[in-house]
Design a protein around this ligand. Sequence first.
Ligand code: SME
Length: 174
Amino acid sequence: MAEATFVADRTGALRLDAAAKEERYALVRAQVDAVLEGERDLLSAMCTMVCVLHNAFPYYYWTGFYRRVGPAELRVGPYQGTMGCLSIPFARGVCGAAAREGRTQLVPDVHAFPGHIACDSASASEIVVPVFDAAGGVIAVLDVDSTLPAAFDETDQRHLEALVAKLAHLDAVP
Ligand code: SME
């Protein structure tokens, strides 16, 4: 692997404007594509995505996957950031809503979201993107939290949905 991890500067303002976000996501997606070329293992791919994403964006505070482990239960998967909750039922939280509805949840103010689960009280906003398998079933969600209010928008949604779409055809090796 030739490329080093791109690490964002977190010493200044954390928020990126729209143009900076686009540029950063282009870099991230190119890096993920290069590193995962030919990769078959789902868990390795998830770990790589979390690492690249978490390091690249100054406004990302918690970045990780929750995996579907039953008809209506999520359990924490690869993540970076502070300690995550281990288990989330489909009935609860932003992650549960994304898994249940199979739709991305953009939450500008987590305190206004009914049933939000505060794994870390520093989180102010979040985005949760469902991950589908080749048959269209939800196999996981990608959850990103920020300490900034309204940190995520349609740009994050579009790029994160495109990134996790790469996971659909990988192998879940037990
Ligand atoms: N806030 C999420 C829970 C997961 S963590 O924040 C890491 C939710 O409401 O689903």
